[in-house]
Ligand binder design. Sequence first.
Ligand code: SF4
Length: 264
Amino acid sequence: MIKGIVFDIKKYAVHDGPGIRTTVFLKGCPLSCIWCHNPESKGFAIEKIKKELRLGGKVLESMETVGREMTVREVMEEIEKDILFYEESGGGVTFSGGEVFVQHEFLLALLKSCKEKGIKTCVDTSGYVNRSILEKSIPLTDIFLYDIKLMDEELHKKYCGVPNRQILENFRVIYESGAEVRLRFPVIPSVTDTEDNLKKVAEFAAQFPGVPADLLPYHKIGKDKYRRLGQEYLMDGVEKPSDEYMQRIADFFNGYGIKTKTGG
Ligand code: SF4
């Protein structure tokens, strides 16, 4: 029986693909993006995170477990509870992480079960996966949500902890297979939004006609989790980009013929 580690299942999600969705978050990621807002997703094992409850002037502390071992059947039972919402809204299930392909056997089994039950799927990935594994997922996936962060390999290693060559090659593999893919570009101030990177990402995206880009503005939602995990937050002092700034970036991409949407 195939089992995996799930760190969250979010119901009624509307930013992780079309329609109303259930997003299943799989634990573990080989990348270490400095802006990651799900630091509890990076570790491969079940772990504890400090939980704080504020009551008046008091703070009550306890430990919360992050990650739960689940079988494919258990995850599918959760997914199937909302099948009517998916059908009525054109939604489905999104598998996210962490990096979903870290648990590729579990992911492929879930995708296969969804396919058998006629549930539409999105796979949200960093693309950092062996090509042969990726290829197995293509016929089982309706839409790939594919992060492209930094085009310079050294900068990618510096800010995300791994090289990007495989990621860029895999994007082409998906595109050339004819599968639907959306490029997701996180706008991280002074990291991914440099003039050089914006130009190179837009040039890269323009090589794939018809692929839209989702521009994802940096936010600080994960900041407190770093403190509760006892980890340093390296983005202190960085502010969320304004709507006007995001519009300027959208205009820049549009100038390359790329259709954009701000947000997931
Ligand atoms: S790929 Fe995603 S989950 Fe992994 S470290 Fe980067 S932002 Fe976090």
